[in-house]
Design a binder for this molecule. Structure first.
Ligand code: IMP
Length: 181
């Protein structure tokens, strides 16, 4: 275990197993509706999850795109996001499955979801590796969730603190002394 990690919350094996289940569920649900969604991943945290998830989705013509958004800094930022990198495909009439690393307050999700619908997406669903429901301030939930976790700051499997720890193969609680220094 990395020296800055207090505790492993979700092991690599658990992530792989759960992602397989999510992929199967998503494949079944969309097959029933005769649809293939466009996977839209939010950079950078959801990349390892996107990579594993798409290999477990068995739907013809599956494509993905990436988008980079960040919150405006400061206390006045509520609900506002800046688009650093937009999608490169048209969303007109497209079913979108948004791939997120973690749903925390729900602000990012709610703004991005509205934005994708405004761009013409026919429907937008969300798959998130992690969910921290205790922190929610916007009433929004992901349709597919890997793991519901307690209210702790976690890193690994794409999740960062100051851009670090994304490479850890598991999800772990970051030691408080690291961010309270
Ligand atoms: P929300 O808009 O508050 O739901 O924030 C979602 C984003 O905040 C995620 O995509 C992450 O980038 C970041 N985030 C929230 N909680 C954590 C955490 O525990 N560790 C690392 N990043 C987090």
């Amino acid at each position: 275990m990395h020296k800055d990690v207090e505790e492993i919350l979700v092991s690599h094996d658990e992530i792989l197993k759960r992602t397989r289940e999510l992929g199967q569920q998503i494949s079944e649900d969309y097959s029933k509706e005769n649809k293939t969604p466009l996977l839209v991943a939010l950079l950078k945290g959801s990349i390892p999850f996107l990579s594993e998830l798409m290999q477990n989705i068995d739907l013809d013509g599956l494509e993905f795109d990436v988008m980079d958004v960040s919150s405006y800094d400061g206390a006045e930022s509520i609900g506002d996001i800046r688009i650093n990198k937009d999608l490169s495909v048209s969303l007109q009439g497209v079913s979108v499955l948004l791939v997120e690393d973690i749903v925390d307050t729900g602000r990012t999700l709610s703004v991005v979801k509205k934005m994708l619908l405004n761009k013409g997406a026919s429907d937008v669903k969300v798959v998130a590796l992690l969910d921290k429901p205790d922190r929610r301030v916007v009433d929004i939930d992901a349709e597919y969730v890997g793991f519901t976790i307690k209210n702790e700051f976690v890193v690994g499997y794409g999740l960062d603190y100051n851009q670090k720890y994304r490479n850890l193969p598991y999800v772990g609680v970051l030691k408080k002394e690291i961010y309270e220094k």
